[in-house]
Design a protein around this ligand. Structure first.
Ligand SMILES: Cc1ncc(COP(=O)(O)O)c(C=O)c1O
Length: 415
């Protein structure tokens, strides 16, 4: 591992929690060079909802490569992009009666967020954006300005301006009515920041420690935005593409965002791809006003199309995710109860779950103990206090059971 420590920047982080060299991967498994197998309850932080090297997606990619098809093309028209947009329109937007223009920003989630924030400011002519406590939207300066973590914000090196953080659902423990502060601010009585351009929200905060907003809270937020003419941006980078069950995490909530950010699993195979979905009347960019060299990466469009055609023609994946999610929730509740003396709060929705502890030290030890047992689970939350479970949606029941047992063993060994 010497070359990593000698040459790679000290900013590297996941490799510190999992100090081994990974090589092969298939389905829910990663293998290191020593021949050890690890059950992956991390799934590329949500970029591998369909597992590693999914055969249907891999075949589409291999066929594309074998045919010497276009790999790089900025935002030129390609067959790969046409097929992706057609599948996305037919299988995702139309059945949900959603009408969005699709912008291909740069390939990461933060690129989708940057485009959303810039467009909201351009459309409204206003500068400020409201975000939420413990939110995570990415590391570029705009995305970082609406991200909560002081640790990450500290890396900016300049003041992060034009963003105001408000309490996420449950943050004030129900002691203050939801949106009292927001409504007060929007009444514009001269006692708050300027009227915002947009609100950006995750329906379930992933990096924030699997904090699930209630549907009524999200509807209340959408209502306030609508009443006051503020754009609602849902960042579905981590919770979209079926992670909570339905394709979009907001579908079952009864809200229609003005702008949606997608990335991570939209490319299907772990290849970089991001989309910013825009309400058609808001699509007022000048051609090329927001651009980038790596947009609509064709191999990712090919695997993204294969993922849509394989998993979103029917509701089999969605039902499977919800059923597996119920199983995980029950197992975590039982596990939390079985460890008296250690307060543990299980939280989750769909196949995004966590065990939240009182401090990060305990969660870190459990993640390490899980790694030693052959299970990859990361920690999340402001203090790293949540052991986060994000298995591939395609995980088998047997693998899910095995991973839950390894986790229970890790928790008991530490607590
Ligand atoms: C909700 C959310 N938005 C944005 C991002 C940033 O995505 P990326 O790391 O691809 O820039 C993440 C990454 O974890 C995320 O969870």
């Amino acid at each position: 591992m010497g070359i990593f420590t000698a040459r790679e920047s000290v900013v590297r982080s996941y490799c510190r929690a999992w100090p081994t060299v990974f090589d092969r991967a298939e389905g829910s498994w990663l293998h290191d060079t020593g021949g050890r197998a690890y059950l992956d309850f991390f799934a590329g932080a949500g970029a591998l909802n369909y597992g590693h090297n999914n055969p249907a997606l891999k075949q589409a990619l291999l066929d594309y490569l074998a045919g010497d098809r276009v790999i790089h093309s900025l935002d030129m028209y390609t067959v790969a992009k046409r097929e992706f947009l057609t599948a996305f329109d037919e299988l995702i937007l139309q059945p949900r009666q959603l009408d969005y223009r699709v912008q291909f920003p740069g390939p990461g989630g933060a690129n989708a967020v940057e485009a959303a924030l810039k467009l909201a400011r351009k459309v409204s002519g206003r500068t400020d954006v409201i975000s939420f406590t413990d939110a995570f939207h990415g590391m570029t300066l705009g995305a970082l300005s609406v991200t909560g973590s002081p640790f990450h914000r500290g890396g900016a090196g300049i003041p992060l301006a034009h963003a105001t953080s408000m309490p996420f659902d449950h943050a004030l423990g129900g002691q203050i009515p939801d949106f009292l502060w927001l409504e007060r601010l929007l009444e514009n009585r001269g006692d708050g920041p300027d009227k915002p351009a947009a609100v950006i929200v995750e329906t379930v905060q992933g990096e924030g420690g699997i904090r699930v907003a209630r549907s009524e809270w999200l509807r209340g937020l959408a209502g306030a935005c609508q009443r006051h003419g503020i754009l609602l941006i849902v960042d579905d980078v981590q919770m979209g593409c079926g992670r909570t069950g339905p394709f979009f995490s907001f579908e079952t909530v009864g809200i229609t965002p003005d702008i949606v950010c997608l990335s991570k699993s939209i490319g299907g195979f772990g290849l970089p791809l991001a989309l910013t979905l825009i309400r058609p009347d808001l699509d007022i960019w000048e051609p090329g006003e927001h651009n980038g060299t790596f947009r609509g990466v064709n191999p990712a469009l090919v695997t993204g199309t294969a993922a849509l055609r394989t998993y979103w023609q029917d509701d089999v994946l969605q039902r499977g995710t919800l059923a597996k999610g119920h199983r995980v929730a029950a197992a975590l509740a039982a596990l939390a109860e079985s460890v008296p003396g250690t307060p543990i709060e299980p939280r989750g929705r769909g196949l995004a779950h966590c065990l939240a502890f009182e401090c990060g030290e305990l969660a870190g030890k459990i993640s390490t103990a899980a790694f030693e047992r052959g299970l990859l689970v990361e920690t999340a939350g402001p203090q790293g206090e949540a052991v986060k479970l994000l298995p591939p949606l395609t995980i088998t029941e047997a693998e899910l059971g095995q991973g839950l047992e390894l986790l229970a063993d890790a928790v008991r060994s530490v607590c």
